[in-house]
Design a protein around this ligand. Structure first.
Ligand code: DC
Length: 222
């Protein structure tokens, strides 16, 4: 099956719902670009952490936003985030950066700094964008919007299996951090995590990633 139209597809949802795995599958299947917008917030958090800047230090965070140059670069089969020409991909997936990314993402000037970059990346369509506000704020006119969710137990289990030092942290700690991040992300004033009115909502608690991707493909070709 081939698409006769260039599409922009958005996948929003909470941490651990399986967005990354499914977005990559979908992008590969359609020959589309995959854009992980959470990485951009992680990039700002990483630069702040490097300079010992805390989430409450708006002045210095603003300076980071003014000077940062984030881009996605293909490294082998993978897409890495580069910040000011440095590959920071290996450092941005830790729990510490997850929490800091969530905290800085609530700031209006941070979201504003990343808005144009995201829209530019989507200007040619043929892309799957993963995030929290893709269908609501960044691309309200996206061709197809999905909202992926799963129970908190399932999401914590998935994260536990993914994290290299998971056993040190323990399942309970990982679950609590997800709950905290969900709360930050969905209760913030600006661009809170929520499904767009026209999003297709999928609960992946009892589904494998392949099944979710199939369901999405079926909606796309319908
Ligand atoms: O998708 P992720 O876990 O890598 O995202 C990290 C944090 O970045 C997330 O907790 C909230 C923020 N984020 C956001 O506010 N908007 C997005 N579109 C993507 C991520």
């Amino acid at each position: 099956m081939k698409l006769n139209k260039k599409l922009l597809i958005t996948i929003d949802g909470p941490a651990g719902a399986g967005k990354t795995t499914v977005s990559k599958m979908l992008a590969k299947r359609l020959g589309y670009n995959y854009i992980d917008t959470g990485a951009l917030y992680r990039g700002i958090a990483y630069e702040a952490r490097q300079k010992n800047i805390t989430a409450s230090d708006d002045n210095n965070l603003k300076k980071i936003c003014e000077n940062i140059n984030l881009e996605f670069v293909n490294v082998g089969e993978e897409q890495h985030l580069f910040s000011n020409n440095k590959d920071i991909e290996p450092f941005i997936r830790t729990e510490e950066i997850s929490m800091l990314a969530s905290a800085v993402s609530a700031k209006p000037f941070v979201r504003k700094a990343l808005l144009k970059l995201q829209r530019n990346l989507g200007s040619k369509k043929c892309a799957v964008f993963e995030g929290r506000d893709m269908g609501t704020v960044i691309f309200p006119n996206a061709d197809i919007k999905f909202f992926l969710q799963a129970s908190i137990e399932e999401r914590a289990e998935r994260r536990y299996k993914q994290l290299p030092n998971a056993s040190e942290r323990g399942l309970k700690d990982i679950k609590n951090r997800i709950i905290k991040r969900d709360k930050n992300d969905s209760e913030r004033k600006l661009a809170p995590l929520k499904p767009a009115e026209d999003a297709i909502i999928i609960d992946s608690t009892e589904m494998r990633a392949e099944q979710v991707a199939e369901l999405m493909i079926a909606s796309i070709f319908r």
